[in-house]
Design a protein around this ligand. Structure first.
Ligand SMILES: Cc1cc2nc3c(=O)[nH]c(=O)nc-3n(C[C@H](O)[C@H](O)[C@H](O)COP(=O)(O)OP(=O)(O)OC[C@H]3O[C@@H](n4cnc5c(N)ncnc54)[C@H](O)[C@@H]3O)c2cc1C
Ligand code: SF4
Ligand code: SF4
Length: 418
């Protein structure tokens, strides 16, 4: 018997592919709500009648089932397309022109500075991005910022579940030009959605993203909160980073305030990161469909405790499109951005070794998922199969075997959403 529409939707969650972006709720609000379940993740829960046509649409736009690179029409002829780093027109080291924005921002405040410039210059009416959740302090939630102050209130990285696209209809219904800041998978989902809703390409004037190694599994974050002597349900505010680079992870429970180093949360290298399965097989953590993708610049991918004391915050910003390149120059001319110097894809690989590894191994992990009879995310223009073909045989074998073992031992699965 073929699976029901609900079973097909649940399969995305059960196979660990749902990132909780919220887009499926926006597509079918009468049938689906994206909410926190017993696993701690925000995932779709079926609340009304669901049809196969709706689930077909979801499979076509969900970033768990489809991830594509920049549409060809946005890759100008003179754009360099690097095998690992994708479309690149310019890469700079930069920070926010305003020292307060630089300090408050996650790294050097570049995303906030660009978004503030877009609002202040009237290029867009508002920015759709995220801020700390008002109900789940370790989560993020979408917000529409119309002023520079509102944009700044959303600064900082949220490493908890964040349904960035849950309110995309509100943003589109506004019928005003806007900028979108989301994780690379959020952007992938919205680019997918653009094939079905013409308003996306008409209204979303700028696409901005952090380079993204993944967010923290709820259990990982809860364990960290307990380690500082606070129960997760006592938390009243949580800031993962910002107010320095990376700045302290700050947990508040009423009057009790605990601050720890970023490395206390994440650990000393990427092997200790408690990431959702979808992040471990991510074919695009580097924001290939953005106009500008913005990252940290710590050599080797992690800060040191000593240098964090004095680090004022320096981002790398990759302009991928003509619009992104123009925006960098205009924001610098207006003083919103300070550009230190141009850098290269080799510098990016030094700052982001985990992204280079993941880009090479994602295709192998997808192959092992397909071999196990699982959903294989449809990908295009991300070069992951070409990169996988360059991986030495021993690593290739260990990646495929490791993925198979994870699947067989349930480490790549979540329970059916309830
Ligand atoms: C989950 C996650 C993983 C990351 N992994 C890496 C990595 O591997 N390598 C690396 O170099 N950098 C990574 N970063 C990016 C880094 O933490 C900074 O966000 C980036 O350097 C931009 O810094 P900034 O100072 O310009 O950001 P800010 O000026 O502070 O602006 C950050 C913007 O991002 C938005 N935002 C924050 N969290 C989320 C979220 N969860 N979902 C959607 N939008 C969000 C905010 O609304 C804000 O507009 C990650 C960020 C996130 C959120
Ligand atoms: S990733 Fe987004 S669209 Fe896909 S199932 Fe999860 S919430 Fe829905
Ligand atoms: S690693 Fe990939 S799937 Fe995970 S949050 Fe980042 S962009 Fe999304």
């Amino acid at each position: 018997m073929s699976p029901s529409p609900t079973e097909r939707l649940n399969a995305i969650v059960e196979q660990g592919l749902c990132i909780g972006c919220g887009l499926c709720e926006a597509l079918a609000p009468q049938s689906i709500t994206v909410r926190k379940t017993t696993t701690g993740f925000e995932v779709p829960v079926v609340i009304g009648e669901l049809h196969d046509t709706t689930v077909d649409r979801i499979y076509d736009v969900c970033p768990g089932t489809r991830v594509e690179g920049l549409p060809d029409r946005l890759v100008a002829d003179d754009t360099v397309v690097d095998a690992v780093w994708g479309p690149v027109r310019r890469i700079v080291r930069a920070w926010a022109g305003d020292p307060d924005v630089r300090h408050i921002g996650s790294t050097g405040g570049v995303l906030t500075a660009l978004a503030q410039f877009l609002v202040a210059s009237g290029r867009v009416e508002f920015v759709l991005h995220v801020k700390a959740s008002t109900t789940e302090p370790s989560f993020g939630e979408p917000t529409m910022s119309f002023t520079e102050a509102e944009v700044l209130a959303g600064a900082g990285s949220r490493y908890g579940p964040t349904a960035t696209l849950r309110t995309i209809n509100d943003a589109l219904d506004h019928d005003q030009p806007f900028a979108f800041i989301g994780k690379p998978c959020d952007l992938a989902a919205l680019r997918n959605h653009a094939r079905h809703d013409d308003r996306v390409d008409e209204l979303v004037r700028y696409w901005l993203t952090p380079v993204c190694g993944g967010f923290g599994e709820p259990g990982f974050t809860d364990g960290f909160i307990r380690s500082v002597g606070i129960e997760p349900d006592e938390v009243t505010a949580l800031r993962y980073r910002g107010y320095g680079c990376p700045g302290p992870t700050r947990i508040e429970a009423g009057d009790q305030v605990e601050e720890r180093h970023y490395l206390d949360y994440w650990g000393d290298d990427d092997s200790s990161w408690g990431l959702p399965w979808r992040c471990k097989i991510c074919p695009d953590g580097i924001g290939e469909v953005a106009d500008i993708a913005v990252s940290d610049t710590w050599p080797g991918g992690s800060p040191t405790r000593e240098e964090s004391e004095t680090d004022l915050g320096v981002n790398a910003a990759i302009a991928r499109t003509v619009a992104g390149q123009e925006l960098l120059a205009a924001a610098e001319a207006a003083g919103a951005l300070t550009i230190e110097r141009d850098v290269t894809v080799d510098d990016m690989s030094d700052y982001q070794p985990h992204q280079v590894r993941k880009k090479h191994t994602a295709g192998l992990r997808h192959e092992a998922m397909a071999n196990a009879g699982r959903i294989r995310p449809q990908t295009a223009r991300l070069r992951i199969d070409e990169l996988a073909a360059t991986v030495p045989v021993d690593i290739r074998t260990s990646q495929i075997e490791g993925t198979r073992t994870r699947i067989e031992t349930g480490k790549a699965s979540l329970p059916t959403p309830e």
